[in-house]
Design a protein. Sequence first.
Length: 189
Amino acid sequence: MVDPVFIINRILSLLTVIGDFFIVVIIIVFLFFILKGKLNSLRKSPVFNLLAHYSFHFALIISLIATLGSLFYSEIAKYEPCRLCWYQRILMYPQVILLTLAIIKKERHLSDYLMALSLPGFIIASYHYYLQRGGQSIFPCSVVGFSQSCSTRFVMELGFITIPFMAATAFLLIIILMLISKFSRSPKS
C-alpha cells in the first residue's frame, strides 16, 4: 500500500515546480517587453489576455490547493504547525473566501487586498524556508506549547522543496496573477 503522505508530497512538489517555472517565464517575458519598450503590445497577446481574464480563478485554485495542503499536513499527516506556519495560514486561508467572492461578484478591485495578504505571506514563507535551510534566526521562533520548531522539516522533495517553499511559491504566484490583473486594467499609455 502506498503512503498517502508520499503521494501528496509528490503532487504538491510537482505543482510547486510547475508554479516556479511559470514565475520564471512570466518574469522573463515582462523583462523582455520592458527592455524592448513594448509593454503595451503585451496586452494584445492572447496568452496575456487569458491570464488576465482568469487571474482570479487561477489564484483561487492556488490558494485552495495551498489551504487544503496545509490542512492535509496538519490534520491527516499530523505535522504540528510551527508559529511561522500559523502566520502563513492566517494570510492564505482568507484568500480562498475573498477570491471566491471576487469571482462570484465580478469584483476585480480586490487584487490590492489579495496582494496585501500575499506579500507578507511570501516574506514569512521565505524567511521560514531560510531557517529550514540552516539560516540564523533573526526573530525568535521558539517552541510554543505543542508546536514544532520553525526549523523542523517535515517535507524535503527534490533536495530543496519544503512546505514553506511551497507556500512561498503559492504566495508569489498569487501576487503575480494580481499584478497581471491590475496591469490589464490600467490605462494604456
